[in-house]
Design a protein around this ligand. Structure first.
Ligand code: FAD
Length: 391
């Protein structure tokens, strides 16, 4: 099946493709293509190039750098970026706190933070989850108590992605422990990560990467001007933010690219003198994942074509669920193609085993995360049951 875009959208796709493949430095795109970890500097360099061209925050309000594109244009923008191996603009900045501040922040906060957020002059991290508050986020226990003109914050956050790079954190805190509903006693604060009383501790991961952290707060003083919106309305802002987080999380362009690479690897690896790609079982397996991906892409296009007011469509949960399953299926496929070669994980550059096979298992392990973050797949199923199936 071929998807036919209008001539205008085809030209738009071409414009995006040309920009991404010619303007973003090759060394950064090579790092993404080889599935190596990006440095802080890589993310910053890449996002600043996009921002200068108006391509970092097209979904924001126009007065803050948005482009007033249709949902379909945004879909094409994101897919082309993934296909071209361009790092996506930092989600914490562009999909999370940016839209929240644009919608609910004070004029002062917008002026101070939005341009710096789009240009990644400030690197944000997300302080929502706690050791006993993940899926059940409303149970969070970090407190903020008013003391004169400040809030005093105590507690702990966890799984704070790339917190080691962050300048500021946006944080959910309990400001009314006596509220009748626990959701009603939560507020959102923003503050610098180098505030006295903030401590960051890395969490060691099975793939050897340094990606997530624990963050501890001990009597951290936050000026009252850093409260976002109204006191005790933080849950509403968090729901708005999490809805945005799920859009684009299917990463169809990423999986397409990985499948194309996998087909190349299956030509490279031989079994009894013949390329693995010619093995009927392997060919059928690749075709199956490709078919599933086409089905997901059609669903994604249907969703973006029908989303109104920029609000996330309820089916974004379906995209999150299937998108993460297919990312995992593709990373598993690459491990199986590498076969015994994948045992060389963590071998250094001197190894004779090709780099793609050396990174296959660490990447497979790392991608267990995609069915957990942004709301676990079990939680997505509950949302689908309630909002789509009416159960
Ligand atoms: C790599 C990674 C990066 C992350 N980055 C961040 C970050 O930057 N900032 C941040 O705030 N958080 C972050 N998170 C946290 C993430 O949002 C939580 O892990 C997620 O919400 C799940 O919470 P939990 O880990 O506490 O698991 P739990 O909520 O304890 O869930 C454990 C298991 O029970 C299941 N479960 C829970 N409740 C239900 C239910 N009602 N029905 C059915 N099954 C259920 C879950 O699906 C899961 O399988 C990150 C997580 C990961 C893995």
């Amino acid at each position: 099946m071929r998807l036919q875009l209008s001539p205008e959208l085809s030209a738009f796709r071409e414009e995006m493709r040309t920009f991404f493949t010619t303007e973003v430095p090759q060394d950064i795109r090579d790092t993404v293509a080889a599935r190596r970890h990006l440095s802080r500097d890589d993310y910053v360099r890449s996002q600043r190039i996009l921002n200068a061209a108006g391509l970092a925050v097209p979904h924001w309000p126009v007065e803050w750098g948005g482009r007033d594109w249709t949902p379909l244009q945004r879909h094409i923008w994101r897919e082309e970026m993934q296909l071209a191996c361009v790092p996506e603009p930092l989600a914490f900045n562009t999909s999370m706190i940016g839209p929240v501040l644009a919608a609910f922040g004070s004029q002062e906060q917008k002026e101070r933070f939005l341009p710096a957020t789009a240009n990644i002059d400030i690197w944000w991290c997300q302080g929502f989850s706690e050791p006993d508050a993940g899926s059940d986020l409303a149970s969070l226990r970090t407190t903020a108590v008013r003391d004169g003109d400040d809030w005093v914050v105590n507690g702990q956050k966890t799984w704070t992605t790339l917190g080691q790079y962050a300048d500021w954190i946006f944080c959910l805190v309990r400001t009314d422990p006596l509220a009748e509903k626990k959701q009603r006693g939560i507020s959102m604060l923003v503050f610098p990560m180098d505030s006295p009383g903030v401590t960051l501790r890395p969490i060691e991961l099975i793939d050897g990467s340094r990606e997530v952290n624990e963050v501890f707060f001990e009597d951290v003083r936050v000026p009252s001007e850093f409260l976002v919106g109204e006191e005790n309305r933080g849950w509403d802002y968090a729901k708005f933010l999490l809805g945005n987080e799920r859009v684009g999380i299917a990463r169809i362009g990423f999986t397409k690219r990985l499948l194309a690479q996998a087909k190349g690897y299956a030509q490279e690896v031989t079994v009894a003198g013949r390329p693995l790609a010619e093995d009927p079982r392997m060919a059928a397996r690749i075709a199956e994942v490709e078919n599933e991906l086409v089905a997901l892409e059609l669903t994604a296009l249907r969703v973006v074509a029908h989303s109104a007011d920029g609000r996330p469509h309820p089916a974004s949960s379906v995209l999150k669920l299937r998108g993460s399953e297919l990312q995992q299926a593709a990373t598993e496929l690459v491990v199986d193609i590498a076969g015994p070669l994948s045992v060389t994980s963590f071998a250094d550059g001197g190894s004779e085993v090709p780099e793609w096979a050396r990174v296959a298992t660490p990447e497979y392990l790392n991608y267990r995360k995609v069915s957990i973050y942004g709301g676990s797949n079990e939680v997505q199923r509950t949302i689908i049951a309630g909002t789509i199936l009416g159960l």
